[in-house]
Design a protein. Structure first.
Length: 205
């Protein structure tokens, strides 16, 4: 079954099955692949993955979800950021085989989180309105990171710059300084940082 035949969210709960990953010629003796089932953008996928494959490679090469970008491949730039079970992660650092049963949201699935069918996620709209990107290469990671960051702040997770006098456990007020600190793991080589901060502030206003 190719990607055009995959069930849309809400249409089917049957897992999409994919052909096994080709066994590498330099693979050591013994099993080098395992079957995992992931829920990606609300659709289940059952995939045979090489034990050395990262989540980023699985998303891009097997599921053809190319929104998440491979930038540094060392977890330093944030271009590959996705949400795993609601938390933002660098998908280039996670082995896909460790994520059996996980729920994953990529930039392609953010619109579904907004509620209205066919609408953009509020952050996607804000990025457009604020011109918060130039080349766009980092934008998918910036968007996924911002969505995860908003949930972290709502849950009361402090950052390095959070006022220690603020009661823990309650929502953290997202000042410009808080947003910049919390988004500091996502690099923008074009330097659109001020507009990115404005876009995030628009959503929380």
């Amino acid at each position: 079954m190719d990607s055009s035949e995959e069930p849309r969210a809400g249409e089917s709960t049957r897992a999409v099955r994919h052909e096994p990953w080709p066994r590498p010629a330099d693979a050591p003796p013994g099993p080098t692949t395992s079957q995992v089932t992931l829920r990606v953008n609300a659709s289940p996928h059952t995939v045979e993955v090489d034990h050395r494959a990262t989540l980023l490679d699985l998303l891009r090469e097997r599921l053809v979800l190319t929104g998440s970008k491979k930038g540094c491949d060392h977890g330093q730039c944030g271009a590959c950021t996705v949400l795993v079970d609601g938390r933002r992660v660098n998908s280039c650092l996670l082995l896909a085989v460790t994520l059996d049963g996980a729920a994953i949201v990529t930039v392609e699935g953010l619109a579904d989180l907004a509620g209205e069918d066919g609408d953009l996620h509020p952050l996607q709209r804000a990025f457009l309105d604020r011109d918060a990107f130039q080349c766009g290469y980092c934008t998918p990671g910036q968007l996924c990171s911002a969505v995860g960051m908003l949930e972290e702040a709502k849950a009361g997770a402090p950052s390095l710059v959070t006022d220690p006098r603020q009661a823990l456990g309650g929502p953290v007020r997202l000042t410009g300084e808080e947003i910049r600190e919390r988004m500091s793991g996502n690099l923008c080589r074009c330097g659109a940082y001020p507009h990115i901060v404005e876009a995030v502030r628009d959503v929380i206003a």
